[in-house]
Design a protein around this ligand. Structure first.
Ligand code: HEC
Ligand code: HEC
Ligand code: HEC
Ligand code: HEC
Length: 368
């Protein structure tokens, strides 16, 4: 890890706010012996015996995808731990929240940016027509190396959002069309701009304020005038990364001309954090398919279908991570002694299961 990430991430649960602290991530990985086998930082050569958990695999996980990977690899890990005499990790809900937040801060769930692609993009998307790059060109707008914070995609989008009316006008004067950006584009541009000569080093930062205020900001900023019914953001922002949500907002900034009340960095974070955090914890799954799966994967033989032992409190991706690390091995040995085999669950199935377990745990009334 190059930069210190001292950020607090707030994650909502039904009864209380669980504050997730990304700075505890490295500590947990160490204390729980994960790094006995895994390397984590993107730049680490994989010295461990296990897959690197950094970006080097260049594998894009959603939160449910990561949970399913842990679930599926559980048995191999537990026997590897026994063999190597490594103490078995136990992660409670708080540890799991911190660990997931830490992975989010490493932008583990995001497309990895690439500066070489970024150079091409700022040309093909016309940015260089108005923003000079490293002293070349004399654009009408601020040179790229002088842009305010480019610490993370949300802050970049916030700047672009607030300047949308000026950008639009400058573009109209030149008959340029508004250029849409994908999450990948945004990551590439970000990495490129961060690498420009003359830019002050800036820690890669990932921050999330409490998510509960986000909902009222959607109202206050006029989002809900369009985003209701079929366009409701509750059902549309599913399994999206933070950057995808930020990119989507940028892409329709021109539609917002009647209403471009600027947003502060803090407000933008709250809006994006609210939309992202909800689906990070509760990836869109189908509770009926989850219930079906609970039977076909034989979970019900021990857990019962409707009855006891019942999970209480909301079941989220974070809760599943702690379930795997706190109870996984015991579950596996019970399954073994019943002559069963460990069920593997793909990302989609994991999402369905979480939806079902959450529905069950909250008496069919998961809190919004
Ligand atoms: C004793 C060594 C060992 C320890 C300790 C260990 N793991 Fe693993 N882990 C493995 C091995 C080996 C695999 C690959 C298993 C396989 O191929 O089925 C793996 C796979 C994984 C995967 C899936 C990776 C992928 O890209 O598919 C995740 C996620 C993971 N481990 C997380 C953790 C976490 C979090 C901890 C600490 C709480 C941990 N591991 C501790 C050995 C270990
Ligand atoms: C037609 C001209 C034009 C084009 C093309 C253009 N911009 Fe801008 N941009 C502006 C203007 C005007 C402003 C507001 C005034 C300023 O920042 O100098 C602005 C402001 C910004 C800011 C805020 C700067 C800050 O201080 O933080 C960012 C970031 C930005 N643009 C990014 C981009 C990106 C990325 C592209 C390409 C996808 C792009 N712009 C394309 C004209 C343009
Ligand atoms: C003028 C109407 C309008 C307003 C106001 C509006 N949006 Fe949108 N938004 C749309 C439309 C239409 C789409 C779908 C675009 C598409 O499918 O290409 C969309 C898509 C999105 C998406 C991507 C989700 C998806 O369905 O693909 C996000 C995230 C989003 N809007 C956030 C916001 C936020 C946050 C605000 C308030 C700051 C806002 N929008 C205000 C019309 C609006
Ligand atoms: C052979 C019996 C058995 C099977 C089959 C089984 N489990 Fe478990 N499960 C257990 C035991 C035992 C525990 C630990 C209970 C404890 O420690 O209180 C547990 C714990 C859990 C927990 C954590 C509960 C909590 O309070 O956080 C979850 C979640 C879970 N199992 C999900 C599943 C799912 C999903 C399946 C099917 C894919 C499954 N289990 C299959 C026996 C089983």
């Amino acid at each position: 890890m190059k930069a210190a990430l001292l950020v607090a991430v707030m994650i909502t649960t039904v009864s209380a706010e669980t504050e997730a602290d990304t700075s505890r991530g490295p500590q947990i990985l160490k204390a729980q012996n994960c790094i006995q086998c895994h390397t984590v930082g993107a730049d680490d050569a994989n010295k461990g015996s296990a897959p690197s958990l950094g970006r080097s695999l260049n594998r894009e996980y959603s939160s449910a995808g990561l949970v399913s990977a842990m679930w599926n690899h559980g048995p191999t890990m537990w026997s590897a731990m026994k063999q190597a005499n490594i103490a078995k990790p136990k992660l409670n809900d708080k540890d799991s929240a911190d660990l997931m937040a830490y992975f989010a801060s490493l932008r583990f769930f995001e497309p990895a940016g690439d500066a070489a692609r970024g150079v091409k993009l700022v040309q093909s998307k016309n940015c260089v027509q108005c923003h000079a790059v490293a002293g070349v060109g004399s654009g009408v707008a601020r040179p790229m190396h002088q842009w305010d914070s480019v610490s993370d995609p949300v802050s970049l989008v916030q700047r672009m959002w607030n300047h949308a009316p000026q950008m639009r006008k400058a573009q109209a004067d030149r008959r340029f069309k508004w250029q849409s950006l994908s999450a990948q584009d945004l990551s590439d541009i970000l990495v490129y701009v961060r690498s420009l000569p003359g830019r002050k080093a800036e820690p890669a930062y990932f921050g999330m304020p409490p998510v509960e205020t986000g909902a009222s900001l959607l109202e206050a900023n006029g989002c809900t005038t369009c985003h209701k019914g079929a366009l409701s953001l509750d059902t549309r922002t599913v399994n999206r990364s933070l950057t995808e949500i930020a990119a989507a907002m940028y892409n329709h900034a021109p539609k917002m001309l009647q209403n471009p009340g600027g947003m502060s960095g803090e407000e933008m974070r709250k809006v994006v954090g609210h939309l992202w955090g909800k689906q990070f914890l509760h990836p869109a799954g189908d509770q009926d398919r989850g219930r079906q799966l609970f039977m076909t994967a034989k979970c019900d033989t021990c857990h019962g279908l409707e009855g006891a032992p019942k999970l209480t409190g909301r079941v989220s991706t974070v809760r599943m991570v702690s379930a795997i690390w706190e109870h996984g091995e015991e579950m596996q040995s019970k399954i073994k002694s019943n002559k069963g085999s460990w069920p593997t669950l793909n990302e989609k199935q994991m999402s369905d299961l979480i939806a079902y377990l959450d529905w069950r745990a909250t008496d069919g009334k998961p809190a919004k």
